[in-house]
Design a protein around this ligand. Structure first.
Ligand code: SAH
Length: 224
């Protein structure tokens, strides 16, 4: 009996990692302007505490970024929600490319919402941990690769959505080239000494840019 109970609480979590704690975070995101119920539902389903070190799991449902090692961070839940909302805006892409797998949390949220998620990471240790989490949660629609995200994933292009989760000085042209017409690329970009979250839609004749506000991300680096 005790063994059975242990199994059933494993994914739901207890105390600070319980479903109730997760639901409260999602309620807060709703109050802070996240409107897309599909995104909010996905975020009630993904156990964020599984994407951080166990020592930090009691803080996993605070609305803050947290360290994940290698000087990198798992993004703040509100930002994950906002970027996911932007990617789904105007339709439901079949394939989404993420640059910067990090903990894997953002990819896991996307995996609940679109058929296929492709994600690139330039730090092998982080990629290995993320892959283990995807496997543990049976997220079989995430394809993760060790690569410099500047080049994208040409063999899988075009993508209905592209999300960059590290700040670039300029949006890499290769990524814009891999965006489908009608699709959106969402990325933090350095502008005038700060970072702005941009949503760039590809149209029949070019690209349309929308500024979603100020953000703080780790930098998009080059090379492996
Ligand atoms: N999406 C992540 C947040 C990642 S933080 C999450 O949900 O946890 C940004 C990540 O981008 C870091 O892991 C960093 O190593 C990675 N990164 C930075 N430059 C990159 C590049 N050129 N290609 C691929 N990944 C990159």
């Amino acid at each position: 009996m005790i063994y059975k109970r242990k199994l059933s609480t494993e994914n739901r979590g207890i105390g600070m990692t319980s479903q109730g704690t997760r639901d409260r975070l999602v309620q807060r995101l709703r109050e802070e302007g996240i409107k897309d119920e599909r995104v909010l539902k996905a975020m009630t389903q993904v156990p964020r505490h599984k994407f951080v070190d166990e020592a930090l799991s009691s803080r996993a449902y605070e609305n803050t970024a947290l360290p994940i090692g290698q000087s990198q961070t798992i993004s703040q839940p509100w930002i994950v929600a906002r970027m996911t909302e932007a990617i789904l805006d105007g339709g439901k892409p079949q394939k989404v490319l993420e640059v910067g797998t990090g903990s894997g949390y953002q990819a896991a949220v996307l995996a609940h919402l679109v058929p296929k998620v492709f994600t690139l990471e330039r730090i092998d240790e982080l990629l290995k941990l993320a892959r283990r989490r995807f496997h543990g949660l049976r997220l079989n629609n995430i394809y993760a690769r060790y690569a410099d995200g500047h080049v994208g994933w040409p063999s899988q292009a075009p993508f209905g959505g592209i999300m960059v989760t590290a700040a670039a000085k300029v949006v890499p042209q290769e990524l814009l080239d891999q965006l489908a017409v009608g699709g959106q690329l969402v990325a933090p970009v350095e502008r005038g000494g700060m970072q702005r979250l941009l949503a760039i839609r590809r149209t029949e004749d070019g690209f349309e840019e929308n500024d979603l506000g100020a953000v703080i991300f780790v930098p998009l680096l080059s090379g492996l």
